[in-house]
Design a protein around this ligand. Structure first.
Ligand code: BEZ
Length: 237
């Protein structure tokens, strides 16, 4: 199929991640199959050799180990070509300084998407913002290849990579422990217990009869979840 015919689609949370094969700075990949059993943060950026993107890539690369501890791979994408990507990543390593980061090697794959095939499948092109560049889209994809979270930033705004890591940890915590996480939650802080399924359970909780569960009101109950337990269950060294 002519790539210009690839329809623009936008996967939603809960959808299977659209499949594609691509050339990257780490060799060819088949997505999401090559990442089965792992979490993935798939993110697009507008262009190589631009300052905001450079600061983002240096930050992503510096935190790659944190993502890997949580069984999570990073995969970047822009509509630039492979040789541009290689030249840019070499420049980043050889010359760029951002905050306390320098000599940063980007070892995660960066997709060559000159055809915009992948960007169109993932709704990364927003014509109101730019027709020839991808916006800063982020898709968190789980080990079964399902889209679990989506974040979009405009061209001018660099992402908060620590927040993306926090999202991954929160999603994994919710899955592993059957809980939800409140606003600004960080590992080690109380988590939200799912709402009661009956009036009886609501009463038990409000009467303080459920050990370890504290309720502000019947629908807002929390419990402690030690960071050590989260790390024990979710991380690998
Ligand atoms: C940047 O990464 O610096 C950038 C890219 C596209 C538009 C504006 C800024």
């Amino acid at each position: 199929m002519d790539t210009t015919e690839v329809p623009v689609t936008m996967p939603r949370i809960g959808d299977p991640a659209p499949a594609f094969t691509a050339r990257t700075t780490q060799g060819d990949i088949s997505f999401p199959g090559d990442y089965a059993g792992e979490w993935v943060v798939l993110f697009s950026h507008p262009a190589d050799f631009t300052p905001v993107c450079t600061s983002e890539f240096m930050t992503f690369a510096s935190m790659e180990g944190d993502f890997r501890r949580y069984n999570t791979r990073l995969v970047g994408l822009s509509v630039d070509g492979l040789y541009s990507h290689i030249a840019w990543l070499r420049t980043i390593q050889e010359k760029m300084v951002y905050r306390d980061l320098k000599n940063v090697e980007v070892t995660f794959p960066l997709i060559d998407d000159v055809s915009m095939d992948v960007a169109r499948r993932y709704g990364m092109i927003m014509p109101g913002e730019a027709t020839t560049q991808a916006v800063r889209a982020v898709f968190v994809i789980d080990p079964a290849g399902v889209v679990r979270a989506i974040v979009y930033y405009p061209l001018s705004l660099g992402r908060n990579v620590a927040e993306l890591l926090r999202m991954v940890v929160a999603l994994q915590t919710a899955d592993e422990f059957g809980v939800a996480t409140p606003a600004d939650w960080l590992p080690g802080e109380p988590v939200i217990v799912p709402p009661p399924g009956s009036c009886g359970t609501a009463k038990e909780r409000m009467d303080g009869e459920v050990e370890g569960v504290e309720c502000v009101d019947w629908f807002f109950c929390t419990k402690d979840l030690p960071e050590t337990l989260i790390e024990e269950r979710l991380t690998r060294s």
